[in-house]
Each structure stands twice: as structure tokens, then as C-alpha cells.
Ligand binder design. Sequence first.
Ligand SMILES: NC(=O)c1ccc[n+]([C@@H]2O[C@H](COP(=O)([O-])OP(=O)(O)OC[C@H]3O[C@@H](n4cnc5c(N)ncnc54)[C@H](OP(=O)(O)O)[C@@H]3O)[C@@H](O)[C@H]2O)c1
Length: 265
Amino acid sequence: MESGKLAIIGGGKLGSALAEGMIRAGLIAEYRIHITRRNAELLKPLADKGLITGSDNIAAVKDASIVFLAVKPWQVEEVLGSLVDSLAPSAVIISLAAGVSLKKLQEASGDRFTVFRAIPNTAVAVCESVTAVCSVNASEGDIKLVGSLFSGLGIVEFIPEDKINAATVLASCGTAFALRYIRAAVEAGVEIGLSPETAVNMVAQTVKGAARLLLDGDAHPEAEIDKVTTPGGVTIAGLNAMEHAGFSSSIIKGINAAFRKTENK
Ligand SMILES: NC(=O)c1ccc[n+]([C@@H]2O[C@H](COP(=O)([O-])OP(=O)(O)OC[C@H]3O[C@@H](n4cnc5c(N)ncnc54)[C@H](OP(=O)(O)O)[C@@H]3O)[C@@H](O)[C@H]2O)c1
């Protein structure tokens, strides 16, 4: 088997973001990366950056040590079933599809391969994903390999499969939720006199900085909020007006609604 080949089946939004992240993380020096979609012309930007592109899934998985499945959830079992006879016996399969269980993946792969589910978010393109990962019967070596691959693309959380829907809501849908906060703050910033470009930079960097305070330390969000909030001051006036308009409760409600949707409730 040729060493160091990765295959991404389904070069859409997430598959392409994953490929971009792999390029940025320098994995292209370590692995040959082959990405497919049926309309392979759309992969030209990735071909220009040195990836092997095409629409032949069988050629992509041949000799690949890791195969990422990034097609739509309802396509995963059929696509995986069409590939199993072409996979190297030691190939590791990583499904990125929301809602497709490890049991279904094992069945579709004829119970012959190590199977992982991984839920990155689109920030994987800039190596800032949080990727939730679960597996069944994976060896320590495979867990280490998958963990180190995704930790080069952000941070990794290994979690039980029954928490993967919660992780999907917080970390994948969460990208949209966070961007909606940013969009609202930018609109307000323009209303109070900043240019849209300046407002985007200020809000995006402020959110990034707030996140770093938590990620680089072990502070609670409220402890960091306290540092900015002078009694009788400007910040508390803003925070309380937001809370009167339902800020925290709307976020909790939105996250619960998204979670119920993942559970089909
Ligand atoms: N977007 C996210 O934030 C996110 C986060 C976590 C997980 N996911 C999961 O990631 C998966 C992909 O989502 P997405 O948002 O990236 O969807 P998407 O943009 O529609 O990408 C799916 C891609 O699969 C390709 N495809 C379809 N059939 C194929 C086949 N037989 N062989 C090879 N490629 C094929 C499609 O391209 P052609 O039509 O050209 O074939 C399409 O580009 C989903 O299962 C989703 O649950 C997404």
C-alpha cells in the first residue's frame, strides 16, 4: 500500500473546507490528498493547490489509509457500500455526515473496517475547527492517528456517540449562531457611525479575543464579563438592555430547538 494517502469523498462545502484546512496545516507535504465529487470541474481551485481531484471514487480510495465521507447523510450508506471492495484492508473510514450512526456505518462497510464519526465545522478551512469524534472498537493507534489529524485542524473532543447531536448543534450550527451575533453587532456598529469594514474587523477580532481568553486560560465566561463591567457603567447598561430583549434566553431556546430537530422531536 502506498503510504500516506487520504481520500475525501464529497468535495462540497465541508469536504472542500476540510481539504483547504489540510493544505493550510501542511498535510499536503505528508499525504497525497485525493478529493472527489461528481461535478469534478468545481474542484479546480483545489487541483490548482496540488490536490488530486476527480469524480472517480474508486480511484480515490485505492491505497488510501484514511477515507473521509463528506457526502450528504442520505447518500453515505450507498456511497460507502460502493467503496468497500476497493478499500485497503487497514483503511480507516471517517464519516462526517450528521445523523448517520456508527452502527449504520459498520453495516454499510460490511463490519470489516474501523469506523469513526467526526463532526468538524466549516472553520476547519482555517484550522480553527472544533471536531467532535466518536468511534467503536477503534485501536489506540487509530484513535491517536485520527486525533492528531484533527488536532492539526483545530481542537478535538472525543465524546460518546450519544452526545454527537449536542456537539453538532453547539459546534457546527454554532458557527452560524456566532456569525449571526457578529452580523447583528456589525449592523449596530454601522448605526453608531463605523464603516461596515471597520465594524466587521472590530467585532470579529473582539469575538476571537473573547474566545481566546477562555481557550488559553480556564476562566468562566462570567469572570471575564465581570472584568469589563463597571458598576453603573456602559457595559452593564448594554448587557441589561440585551437581556431585557431576551438575549440569553433566545440563544438557549435556539440551541434547544436545533437539538430537538437533530433528535426528530
Ligand atoms: N456544512 C457543515 O457545517 C457540516 C458540518 C458537519 C457535518 N456536515 C456533514 O457533511 C456532509 C456534507 O455536507 P455539506 O454541507 O458539505 O454538503 P454539500 O456541500 O452538498 O456537499 C456534498 C458533496 O457531495 C458530492 N457528492 C454527491 N454524491 C457524490 C458521490 N456519489 N461521489 C462523490 N461526491 C458526491 C456533491 O457534489 P456533486 O453533486 O458534484 O457530486 C457535493 O459537493 C453532510 O453529511 C453533513 O451532514 C456538514
